[in-house]
Design a protein around this ligand. Structure first.
Ligand code: 13P
Ligand code: SF4
Length: 308
């Protein structure tokens, strides 16, 4: 039997569910029960009645699943699958930042650790950040962390100042505006679509800005056009399946003269073999101390309630 068959059989025997992010390798996306963005994955993790959640994504995503559904075992194929954005916001420094800005509502992007979520009033993802910010009365000051690029974008869209934490995603900050503009010259009819973790000068060129799921939905509305896609290249797999007639061109990264695309090294640590191993041995498991979990749950639940 092939590795794929082994995984599918084991999944059935163990009543497991495989949740995968759009940045995972194509073969992982192909065997997943659900592929989605951070919001969709959280919603699926919260509602699943599987006994074991195999999270093909990065650590903060698996941790969010455990916070939402603590009675389930949650495993991550590679425990080193972290996130530069989550790492850019250490708990001690963030606690001091909050103390330096009293009376602020604390909104955190889901790409952060459980400890950071536990210090927050409400969590958001790239697909609901504007809605979450707009749910707070205009006169109430807001801390927005950890992604400064998403924060700057929301600041502009919401028309209000946010106190921003200085964090960012290495993948989305790697896009080169010079290379993007020269690529656009070669494809003048193409639409540039971008993830809001990208820098402002990249976002300024885009006709659509949104989460990974939002970008796929946008492309589906224009199935025969040409797109330059400014986000992690893993998204191209599902996107092309959804719009087989569209031309999809990955946005070029600064340092990249080979594949002309950006890849998240953390996301790509997960492999089919590691997925099989973690399903078989039910390890590495994600654990969150109960006291942290309880405090982190409330801001995530607030987000889910506002995202229905
Ligand atoms: P979304 O899939 O929620 O847009 O998030 C993108 C991302 O960078 C996840 O790490
Ligand atoms: Fe983190 Fe960026 Fe990788 Fe997403 S793409 S997991 S934000 S480093």
């Amino acid at each position: 039997m092939s590795l794929v068959d082994d995984i599918l059989q084991l999944k059935k025997e163990k009543n497991a569910v495989i949740l995968a992010h759009y940045y995972q390798q194509p073969e992982i996306q192909e065997i997943a029960d659900y592929v989605g963005d951070s919001l969709g994955l959280s919603q699926k993790a919260a509602e699943t009645d599987a006994d074991l959640i195999v999270f093909a994504g990065v650590h903060f995503m698996a941790e969010t699943a455990k916070i939402l559904n603590p009675s389930k075992k949650v495993v991550l194929p590679d425990l080193n699958a972290g996130c530069s954005l989550a790492d850019s916001c250490p708990p001690k420094a963030f606690s001091e930042f909050i103390n330096a800005h009293p009376h602020h509502v604390v909104i955190t992007y889901i790409n952060c650790s459980a400890e950071i979520k536990a210090m927050s009033d409400i969590v958001c993802t790239s697909s609901n950040a504007l809605k979450i910010v707009n749910s707070i009365p205009k006169e109430v000051p807001i801390i927005f962390a950890p992604d400064k690029n998403l924060g700057k974008y929301i600041q502009k869209e919401a028309g209000r100042e946010l106190v921003l934490w200085d964090g960012s995603c290495i993948v989305h900050e790697a896009f080169s505006i010079e290379k993007l503009l020269s690529l656009y010259k070669e494809h003048p009819g193409a639409k540039i679509i971008a993830h809001p973790e990208s820098e402002t000068h990249i976002l300024d060129t885009a006709t659509y800005i949104g989460s990974t799921a939002g970008m796929i939905n946008y492309v589906k509305e224009h199935p025969s056009e040409k797109f330059i896609v400014a986000t992690e290249a893993g998204i191209l797999h599902k996107m092309q399946q959804e719009v087989p007639n569209a031309v999809l061109i990955p946005a070029p990264a600064e340092e990249d003269n080979t594949c002309a695309c950006s890849e998240c090294a953390f996301m790509k640590l997960n492999t089919l073999q590691k997925l099989y191993d973690c399903l078989l041995h039910e390890t590495p498991q994600i654990e969150v101390p109960e006291e942290v979990r309880k405090r982190a749950l409330l801001p995530i639940e607030r987000m889910l309630a506002l995202s229905k």
